[in-house]
Design a protein around this ligand. Structure first.
Ligand code: GAL
Length: 380
């Protein structure tokens, strides 16, 4: 318990319910908002994001979303803070390409859920994000990677790909590599035969040659050995994958596993609790911008075995994750008391730019050793 105190004090200082009316912003914020303002009084436009702590400064990367419309007009936004409370806008860290309409990141593409890691060996900052190509809706389902010499960027786009072409998941039984899925049995979705085929690797097989689909995603750097992993919704958003990144974090090694095939999990966020040597993963169901009940998984190793638990959300609003969808879990430095902050997006699909931010401390239940997340009561 004592280690929770600094975390709680910090969280009490965070602007979970928005900031004072004196601040300058684009338009009046709705009541009970989860909107946050930066140090200039402007709306924090960093959605589906994640945070990197580097040399005492937190860097928050997220989707810059337009006030109207859907596709990416600017790129990935960056804010920095030393106290997690006052966020300075550092500009667009990775910009869309405005000069070449054939570029994979040409303006009008969709960039989502960026996460950044620092690679100690190459001394580069490596950003991965979900990329959809301009004018093709969500069919491309690619992972993009970009690098920078400084945390705030500018990031230079390296490439975008599907994941691990030609490689089978480590935990897919060998007999499923050659299993036949008769078209008439699998053409209709959600039938019992179709579900079984998905579990057996219908879409892994289909996408083997070009690589696996990659949409909602996060990154995880294992504090134990510095190895990094890309965790993403694959197989038509039906199955999460965990894929190891290469030493320089710029590509995949070919080693990956499937998690709960057909479980329909997205918006993955992960942390490691050294006290119990457990990896904890929180995800959402797939209901687009609508909130749903969170899902919780744990494993003693990143490679599993993974098991599912009931949602860790507690109290009023828990059934719909308090209106939010997971995006990242921020570990706090041990010298500040440790612990983690669960970060979620409160989507406003009519004006995605105004989507809100919900940050809640994770409490580890001392009896069960399991995470619990409860939204604090609104301050008067
Ligand atoms: C959600 C997903 C978001 C975004 C959205 C588009 O399910 O978590 O990141 O892709 O769908 O409709």
């Amino acid at each position: 318990m004592p280690h929770l105190l600094p975390l709680l004090l910090l969280l009490l200082c965070l602007p979970v319910y928005g900031q004072g009316p004196a601040a300058r912003h684009e338009r009046p914020l709705p009541p009970d908002t989860t909107a946050w303002l930066d140090t200039e009084g402007r709306y924090i436009n960093a959605h589906g994001g994640g945070i990197l702590l580097h040399k005492g400064t937190y860097y928050w990367f997220g989707e810059h979303r337009p006030e109207r419309g859907f596709a990416t007009t600017e790129g990935i936004n960056c804010y920095s803070s030393r106290d997690l409370k006052n966020w300075k806008h550092r500009g667009i860290a990775l910009s869309v390409c405005t000069t070449d309409t054939l570029s994979e990141i040409s303006r009008g593409c969709i960039m989502e859920r960026p996460k950044v890691l620092y690679n100690e060996e190459t001394r580069q900052f490596v950003m991965w994000f979900h990329l959809e190509l301009r004018g093709r809706g969500y069919e491309a389902a690619r992972a993009g990677v970009a690098v920078a010499d400084r945390p705030e960027g500018p990031y230079h786009f390296v490439r975008s790909t599907r994941v691990n072409p030609g490689q089978w998941p480590l935990n897919m039984p060998a007999e499923n590599r050659t299993r036949q899925f008769p078209a008439e049995e699998v053409k209709e979705w959600w039938t019992p035969q179709w579900r079984q085929a998905v579990e057996q690797g219908l879409f892994v097989q289909r996408d083997l040659q070009d690589g696996q689909m990659s949409r909602d995603m996060t990154l995880f750097q294992d504090p134990a050995d510095g190895r990094a992993y890309h965790i993403y919704s694959s197989e038509e958003n039906l199955t999460l994958h965990i894929a190891e990144l290469s030493d320089n974090y710029l590509s995949h090694t070919g080693r990956y596993i499937r998690l709960f095939p057909g479980g329909h999990n997205e918006a993955p966020a992960i942390f490691h609790d050294p006290a119990t040597s457990t990896y904890w993963l929180i995800a959402s169901g797939c209901t687009g911008w609508e909130p749903n009940e969170a899902r919780l998984f744990s494993a003693p190793s990143i490679w599993g075995p993974w098991q599912q638990h009931p949602s860790p959300m507690r109290g009023p609003g828990a059934k719909r994750t308090f209106g939010g969808q997971s995006t990242f879990i921020l570990p706090l430095p041990a010298k500040q008391g440790g612990g983690w902050i669960f970060m979620a997006d409160v989507w406003h699909p009519r004006s995605l730019m105004y989507s809100g931010h919900l940050w809640i401390p994770i409490r580890m239940n001392p009896e069960t050793g399991m995470p619990e997340i409860e939204r604090q009561k609104k301050k008067k």
